[in-house]
Ligand binder design. Structure first.
Ligand SMILES: Cc1ncc(C[n+]2csc(CCOP(=O)(O)OP(=O)(O)O)c2C)c(N)n1
Length: 375
């Protein structure tokens, strides 16, 4: 006799799911342990970054699935709509729906009970799974979502797991906490070049790589300087550049360069911890720090006052970091063969270059990257 957890896992395997990401809910803790043991799995710091990571995985040809609590949908909506939905990428979301069955935490009611309405309002398909009997509906829906490039949420009632004989085997081992104490402050050359000029210097290093570029002016400038089909131009979903690049790098051997911005990294810094933990060897994060939200009128960000993004990256566990402000520093940083995720903190002057809008649409952008992987 299979447990409901085993039944679900076997459906996922049959449907070819090969990339998973999760953030825990107590109600599915045993399922999550089994998922992380049996599939390629990324533990998340925030559900939104999982949307970006899974979008990257889907671009590289994977069949991604996320496992989250209903409250996590609240952290995902913008990325689901302006990234996964907009670029027509597949994503299965297994949602532990709280607030509907013997709920003891009152704060779970608003999101948990409102979930079907929220998903309907967002145009996201969903299926209510009240008991293991309802698993029968899953294979057809999973097949369809991966073929049609759709998002589908399966709302899992806590009732499903009631009486299951599957037990958690998690041990509460305490590992020593690593403290990274920054060395004395380094003298840095002040910024000398704008974002456009820095990307221009990088052009020879981008050839043949997968390049994920941040939304707004960075993408337009990259298009003007070095268009290639393996460039993924973000047109929305602020904060998702590094997650997308991470998802791609975890799904392929190709070299991946992310052109991110300070404002965007400040929006979703936790992904740096996820990147440090997953530690792909083929990921370079080029954080172009112009101390401003360049695409919306160059309002100041906090990197101009109190935040050092390189230290943020180090604090989150990325050891291979460097600052670069000059041409030599930037080229040397790109050429460095040090292993692990590379974080280049590129100091830039504010300002955008007047370049035209990107003339290709989102589906052509997506297809360019997908075809690059299918070759
Ligand atoms: C969730 C969300 N909030 C705000 C915006 C508006 N917005 C678009 S680009 C951008 C600035 C990004 O700044 P940064 O990451 O520093 O990159 P830069 O443009 O300076 O290169 C903002 C605030 C948005 N698109 N999405």
């Amino acid at each position: 006799m299979h447990t409901p957890e085993e039944e679900l896992i076997s459906i996922l395997k049959k449907e070819g799911i090969d990339f998973t990401a999760s953030l825990p809910c107590e109600k599915i803790k045993t399922l999550l342990e089994m998922v992380s043991a049996q599939f390629f799995h990324v533990p998340l710091t925030r559900e939104e970054e999982g949307v970006g990571i899974c979008a990257g995985a889907a671009l590289a040809g994977k069949r991604p699935a996320m496992f989250i609590q209903s409250s996590g949908i609240g952290n995902m909506i913008n990325a689901l709509l302006s990234l996964t939905g907009f670029y027509e990428l597949p994503l299965a979301i297994f949602v532990s729906q709280r607030g509907i069955y013997q709920e003891k935490i009152a704060a779970q009611f608003p999101m948990g009970q409102g979930l079907p309405k929220i998903l309907r309002g967002a145009g996201i398909r969903h299926t209510v799974i009240s008991s293991a009997d309802d698993f029968k509906a899953m294979p057809r829906k999973l097949k369809s979502l991966y073929v049609k490039n759709q998002i589908h949420a399966f709302l899992l009632s806590p009732a499903i797991w009631e009486g299951s004989s599957a037990k958690s085997t998690l041990t509460l081992d305490q590992r020593p906490i690593t403290c990274i104490i920054p060395e004395k402050r380094q003298e840095v050359v002040p910024p000398q070049y704008t974002r456009y000029e820095l990307i221009e210097m990088m052009v020879p290093c981008l050839e043949g790589k997968v390049v994920v570029s941040n939304l707004g002016w960075p993408s337009k400038e990259l298009y003007a300087l070095k268009h290639q089909p393996s460039n993924f131009y973000m047109l929305g979903s602020m904060g998702m550049a590094t997650p997308i690049g991470l998802g791609i790098s975890l799904s392929s051997e190709k070299e991946v360069v992310v052109i991110d911005g300070d404002g965007s990294l400040l929006m979703n810094p936790g992904v740096l911890a996820t990147a440090a933990h997953c530690a792909p060897e083929n990921l370079t994060i080029l954080a172009i720090d112009n101390s401003s939200y360049g695409s919306t009128g160059s309002q100041k960000t906090l990197t101009g006052s109190c935040v050092d993004l390189e230290l943020v990256a180090r604090g989150f566990g990325i050891g291979n970091t460097v600052k670069a402000a000059t041409r030599q520093e930037l080229i040397a940083a790109m050429a460095s063969q040090r292993r692990g995720v590379k974080f280049i903190h590129a100091l830039a002057l504010p300002g955008n270059r007047e370049v035209p809008n990107i003339p290709i649409d989102h589906l052509r952008i997506r297809n360019g990257v997908r075809d690059f992987f299918a070759r």
